[in-house]
Design a protein around this ligand. Structure first.
Ligand code: 1GP
Length: 251
């Protein structure tokens, strides 16, 4: 069943006629004050949602505090991005209810989901059914999630997983190169996934400049995720440049 946040994201896509910008806030990197300031800044610049979480977030109390404060600070949806059951906390609007489809450990494919699901219901979080696909190797999400990373230059494999996700009823695919990845997912992979996957396509990991962002959006991403860039100096200037650049690509 499609909920409010999913409906909002789709309507934003139609309205903006280009890909959406999601910002990842890692509660273990940014404290409450800096998270709130960052969320307000990126909302003003044009971000459509804030993802909160990450593969190494294990302090659930700290995460809950950040979410609670973001809720008061910004209107755009606050979407949990869990790497484990510790990523499920109250007061967010939705959760990327993800299965790490290319994990070698069934815990990250279905067991964490079973353990987390009762709290998703209890906290009234809107589950966004997501196939989380880790591309490449060597990142935290790859290591923590025991992923067998899809090689960067094997777009057909990513497309096959995305098609499988669609047949399984998942409405979101997240192509993840990993936070701080040396290189982002290649446009060719995004293009091949776009050809077969009819749902909402999120691409993230290692996107740090307008040219890369534009190529990924032109290839068919519905949303790109920016995280690490915003932890650096001068980051808002760069984020603004990315926001401007993707507006030139019409979907
Ligand atoms: C990580 O895709 C997100 O899960 C964002 O990646 O931190 O490299 O921007 P970066």
């Amino acid at each position: 069943m499609t909920g409010h946040v999913e409906t909002y994201l789709k309507s934003q896509l139609k309205k903006q006629k280009t890909a959406l910008l999601f910002v990842l806030i890692d509660s273990e990197v940014s404290n409450i004050n800096s998270s709130v300031k960052l969320a307000k800044d990126v909302e003003r610049i044009g971000a459509s949602a804030i993802l909160v979480g990450g593969s190494s977030v294990t302090d659930q109390i700290e995460l809950a505090e950040v979410v609670k404060n973001l809720k008061k600070a910004v209107k755009i949806p606050k979407i949990l991005f869990p790497g484990n059951i510790t990523g499920v906390v109250p007061q967010a609007d939705a959760i990327l209810f993800s299965s790490l489809l290319n994990s070698e450990n069934p815990y990250f494919i279905s067991q964490a989901q079973a353990l987390g699901a009762p709290n998703v219901l209890k906290y009234g979080l809107e589950p966004l059914p997501t196939a989380y696909l880790v591309i490449g190797e060597g990142t935290s999400t790859w290591f923590v999630g025991s992923a067998r990373g899809i090689p960067f230059d094997k777009p057909k494999i990513a497309a096959a997983y995305s098609l499988a996700a669609q047949f399984l009823g998942m409405r979101f695919v997240y192509l993840e190169a990993g936070s701080g990845a040396a290189s982002s997912v290649k446009p060719e992979m995004v293009r091949m996934v776009r050809e077969v996957f009819k749902g909402f396509l999120i691409v993230g990991g290692g996107i740090r400049d307008p040219i890369t962002a534009k190529k990924i959006v032109s290839a068919g991403a519905d949303a790109i995720v920016i995280g690490t860039l915003l932890e650096k100096n001068n980051s808002l200037k760069n984020f603004t440049a990315i926001a401007k650049a993707i507006r030139t690509i019409k979907k």
